[in-house]
Design a protein around this ligand. Structure first.
Ligand SMILES: Nc1ncnc2c1ncn2[C@@H]1O[C@H](COP(=O)(O)OP(=O)(O)OP(=O)(O)O)[C@@H](O)[C@H]1O
Length: 346
């Protein structure tokens, strides 16, 4: 789809999602009220510092949060279906068929004692009710399409006989075998050599485009975002602080956190290798209450403007342009009026 123009059909619709770890007096609030939509066929890049809650959000969408973690609020609709209300049986059918995941370490996700052909073929056999032979043949075709050389022979190999890049290609074949409508990829190329990274990312992008699959791509790499994403969401301390089309997000982000993080913005089209910039200070303790903007203690803009509202009240999303908004008290609204009194002397 054209960068920055939201697809008319919303595939994933998350509202007010909250995920917590632990109980008692100080649980860790890893996801603190996320609203996010992904359109059909759209590629969303999700960025943020380590610990900002990206993986917890991804696992929450998949309902894969393990105890002591739990989703404590909000809703997730997948093509209008209530994911939080699905039974375990419904979930296991939904995962794989409608939604797939690719993790950072493919070797740890593949079954070490099963031939890779079997691992691609088995979901096809179960979900599409194919015969063993038909599923195996389709698996070989898929392995070929993800660039595995001599796929008939390689289908007989075990995961330990593959290179890291080949294993990630196999994971992509497994994830795409059933043509899911949404793929969640959490740092899919971090463990790979730089040259292989670019090939895998192109494969991921082209496969999603060919199959019309939406992609939520969790990454620290701005080059990857620039090359693949239609839209970008920036997370900080369990919340999305800015969201918009890729071009303005990378060339003119508005939120002071996004500005700091994306400062090394690559040219659109660059593939891989540009890490998010480090920002002085560290992410807050997510087990402590944060009444205002969680970034306020690290924010140069707040300090320069002397805003006190930032520490006291959570800013709303301020629209910057169509489909682009940021949660910051220091941003003037479209009419040039600040949304908060510019209280001095914070
Ligand atoms: N199993 C768990 N138990 C307790 N806290 C957890 C657990 N998993 C994640 N957290 C906490 O949730 C917060 C968000 O973590 P998460 O892994 O989602 O961050 P991230 O943005 O994906 O980081 P990274 O980029 O390093 O993967 C962190 O404070 C983390 O310590």
């Amino acid at each position: 789809m054209t960068a920055g123009i939201r697809s008319p059909h919303t595939l994933l619709d998350i509202k007010g999602l909250k995920t917590q770890f632990g109980s008692g007096r100080n649980p860790v609030n890893a996801v603190q009220g996320i609203d996010l939509k992904i359109g059909a066929g759209e590629i969303l890049g999700l960025v943020g510092e380590s610990g900002s809650g990206k993986s917890v959000l991804a696992l929450s969408i998949l309902r894969l949060i393990q105890s002591p973690g739990r989703i404590i609020g909000g809703s997730i609709l997948f093509d209008g279906k209530d994911v939080l209300a699905m039974s375990n049986r419904e979930l296991s059918g939904w995962r794989g068929r409608d939604i797939g995941i690719i993790f950072q370490q493919p070797q740890s996700c593949l079954n070490p004692v099963r031939r890779i052909g079997w691992q691609v073929a088995e979901p096809l056999r179960q979900q599409e009710k194919l015969s063993r032979k038909a599923a195996w043949d389709k698996a070989v075709t898929l392995l070929h399409s993800v660039g595995i050389p001599a796929p008939e022979e390689k289908a007989l190999a075990y995961p330990h006989q593959l290179s890291g890049g080949q294993a990630q290609r196999v994971m992509i074949a497994v994830a795409l075998a059933l043509r899911p409508r949404l793929l969640i990829a959490d740092e899919p190329t971090t463990a790979l050599d730089v040259t292989i990274q670019a090939q895998i990312l192109e494969l991921l992008r082209d496969s999603c485009r060919d199959f019309g699959t939406s992609l939520m791509l969790v990454t620290h790499d701005l080059g990857v975002v620039a090359r693949l994403a239609d839209r970008v969401a920036v997370m900080y301390a369990g919340r999305i602080v800015e969201e918009g089309p890729v071009a303005p997000m990378l060339t003119a982000p508005s939120h002071p956190y996004a500005r700091g993080l994306l400062d090394a913005a690559p040219r659109l089209g660059q593939m891989g290798g540009l890490r998010l910039r480090d920002i002085p200070g560290s992410i807050p303790d997510l087990s402590q209450p944060m009444p205002g903007c969680a970034f306020a203690p690290r924010c140069e803009l707040r300090a320069n403007l002397g805003l006190s509202a930032c520490l006291g009240e959570l800013p709303p999303f301020i629209p910057i342009s169509e489909h682009h908004s940021a949660r910051c008290w220091a941003l003037p609204q479209a009419d040039g009026i600040y949304s908060t009194p510019m209280t001095m002397g914070a």
